[in-house]
Design a protein. Structure first.
Length: 346
């Protein structure tokens, strides 16, 4: 993997987020020539600049909604990690057109700019909420995947490979539930749980980065790569955190928020019927039928659709002790526990 990025120029849209900062550090460790960070928040860029202190990182203030900004940022770039998105489910429910402008039209800008500037490969970061979506965030991320697949169908001779990855909740990413639960526990409050029976996939940030790197190595135009993951109930996750911090496992049930599902799906049965299984990953190739309607109407697909979805209800279920062990692998959780222990000693 080091050889893939050595001396190359890489752009990360939304580069000041949890994924972008982790990926930037990883690229710097792998002898990258230049990392371009494109984001809207100059304050976060300044904090990132002072933390990294590496002149191989260049910062572009701008928005993926603006085509000219993306076109300038992708000039002479070899690879693009497209991580910029509106990700908060409730806020996207209140402002769905804003989600469309960033997650769909912004992704179109990235694809078109990469094509125009002969970028070698673009990987677009997706979510399990794009499968059977019930909320605006999931719907717009599903359309992002469709944008990547449409590019593959309509540009068969393109020098730019556009692919997507899809994964579940990234533990301790910005805006995720784990740091919220820890903040509440440290403040002496019970964790606020929407529905304790709700299930979610669990992935570390390192797992998500490995998935993206796998896509860069193996992607064909239009592919979707899916990282297999274990799942747990939200109630068990809250209990595991209470046990880690040695507090009573009491939960504050607040009810389901706008646009939330009881279970999430990483891969639909329709996708799995044509997917390649790589052990830790699925690859779902693009349906590359053209607009010869006979192949849709009178001929169809002789393989058909069989089996079940891969969702957080039927994925391997982690029990509370296993969740605790997984949480202890996270540097952020270890740092929180160390801070608690230091406070107790003093």
């Amino acid at each position: 993997m080091t050889a893939l990025f050595a001396d190359r120029r890489v752009l990360i849209t939304g580069g000041t987020g949890s994924f972008g900062q982790t990926m930037t550090r990883r690229l710097l460790d792998r002898a990258v020539g230049e990392v371009r960070v494109l984001s809207r928040d100059e304050a976060k860029q300044d904090a990132m600049r002072r933390t990294l202190c590496d002149d191989r990182v260049r910062y572009y203030v701008g928005d993926v909604r603006d085509h000219d900004t993306v076109l300038r940022a992708t000039r002479d770039v070899d690879f693009v990690f497209h991580a910029a998105a509106l990700k908060q489910v409730p806020s996207c429910e209140f402002f769905p057109l804003e989600a469309v402008r960033t997650n769909v039209l912004g992704s179109v800008n990235v694809v078109e700019a990469a094509e125009r500037n002969d970028v070698g490969s673009v990987v677009m970061l997706g979510t399990d909420k794009a499968v059977y979506p019930v909320n605006a965030m999931g719907m717009t991320k599903a359309l992002m995947e469709k944008v990547a697949q449409a590019h593959a169908r309509n540009n068969r001779g393109s020098r730019t490979t556009i692919s997507s990855v899809r994964y579940g909740n990234v533990m301790f990413s910005r805006g995720s539930v784990i740091p919220l639960f820890i903040e509440q526990i440290r403040a002496g409050r019970a964790p606020t749980v929407t529905n304790p029976s709700m299930t979610r996939f669990l992935m570390s940030l390192a797992d998500s980065v490995e998935l993206v790197e796998h896509a860069f190595l193996h992607a064909r135009p239009g592919d979707i790569f899916i990282r297999k993951a274990g799942a747990c109930t939200v109630g068990d996750l809250a209990v595991a955190l209470c046990q880690l911090f040695d507090v009573p496992a009491k939960l504050d049930l607040i009810g389901v928020r706008h646009g939330e599902k009881l279970h999430e799906t990483l891969a639909s049965r329709e996708e799995l019927s044509r997917a390649d299984d790589f052990g830790d990953f699925f690859r779902v190739p693009v349906d590359d039928r053209d607009l010869n309607y006979a192949r849709y109407v009178s001929e169809g697909d002789p393989k058909g659709v069989h089996g079940t979805d891969f969702n957080s209800a039927n994925a391997p279920r982690l029990a509370v002790p296993e969740i605790g062990q997984l949480l202890r692998t996270l540097p952020e959780v270890r740092a929180e526990l160390a801070a608690r222990d230091a406070a107790l000693v003093s």
